[in-house]
Design a protein around this ligand. Structure first.
Ligand SMILES: NC(=O)c1ccc[n+]([C@@H]2O[C@H](COP(=O)([O-])OP(=O)(O)OC[C@H]3O[C@@H](n4cnc5c(N)ncnc54)[C@H](O)[C@@H]3O)[C@@H](O)[C@H]2O)c1
Length: 248
């Protein structure tokens, strides 16, 4: 029970990596706040966790809309009054050749992936300052290290998250606020299975040092490390969790 007594907010918690993080946090004794824009799946996940006896709050909000994020997170603070961990996980990666990319498409990805993390962190940071403790975990991507075609907007947003992590860690360290980042590799999720064939997934595994699929649980385990006192001496860092694909 590494997270007993802690409260954690996970964005993008209705699916994939965010869902995996929320599930492991609950298994480790945390109270969780789940935020996502997909109400049906979010209710399903929240319901399952509550059946396990977990303390779960959920809010439906679109991270690209400031008012929705403010209303969701301020409402959670009013209701429960405590937060220890913020995981900025939600993200989108619509593939688009750069030469055909419209400015709205570029902006939409930056608005969710980068500005969404900014919005949540901006709301949580004053509480963390007040309590002289807080752990922020940003979910970036391994694609930042090697670039990826048709994802210029996404890769730019994920690199910016690493910059955001470093600058914020530098600025908020004096308040005992830790800010770290994870770059997942190719993670086996439900959504991935809709866009990537088993053969394509196998090609990535062949490039990894560890010859197995990397799972949401692998990311969640590193989140537990970064969310607890296990990482009290660590801030401003980015941990690559890709099975030894890119050695950075
Ligand atoms: N899956 C991978 O292989 C992989 C690799 C590297 C990085 N990542 C990053 O990990 C994070 C999670 O990815 P995933 O694969 O679990 O994705 P996913 O699509 O399975 O889940 C993302 C969740 O975020 C939510 N979301 C999207 N836009 C939102 C918005 N505007 N407001 C609120 N919620 C929103 C979705 O509804 C969904 O539940 C993303 O930031 C992604 O870029 C994933």
């Amino acid at each position: 029970m590494l997270m007993a007594g802690k409260t954690a907010l996970v964005t993008g918690a209705a699916n994939g990596i965010g869902e995996g993080i929320a599930r492991l946090f609950v298994n480790e004794g945390a109270r969780v706040w789940l935020l996502d824009k997909e109400p049906k799946k979010l209710e399903l996940v929240a319901g399952e966790l509550r059946k396990q006896g977990a303390s779960v709050e959920m809010r439906v909000a679109d991270l690209s809309r400031t008012e929705e994020v403010e209303s969701a997170i301020n409402g959670l603070f009013r209701q429960t009054g405590a937060l220890d961990v913020l995981v900025n996980n939600a993200g989108i990666d619509p593939r688009q050749p750069f030469l055909e990319m419209k400015e709205e498409q570029w902006s939409e990805v930056l608005n969710v992936n980068l500005n969404g993390a900014y919005r949540c962190t901006r709301l949580a940071a004053p509480y963390f300052v007040q309590q002289r403790a807080g752990k922020v975990i940003n979910i970036s991507s391994v694609t930042f290290y090697w670039g990826m075609k048709y994802l210029a907007h996404y890769v730019a947003s994920k690199g910016a998250l690493i910059g955001f992590t470093r600058a914020l860690a530098r600025e908020l360290g004096e308040f005992n606020i830790h800010v770290n980042c994870i770059t997942p590799g190719a993670i086996q999720t439900e959504r991935e299975s809709q866009t990537v064939t088993p053969e394509q997934a196998g090609e990535v595994v062949a490039l990894q040092s560890l010859r197995r699929r990397i799972l949401p649980l692998d990311i969640a385990r590193v989140c537990v490390f970064l969310a607890t006192e296990l990482s009290d001496g660590v801030t401003g860092q980015t941990v690559n969790v890709d099975g030894g694909w890119i050695m950075h």
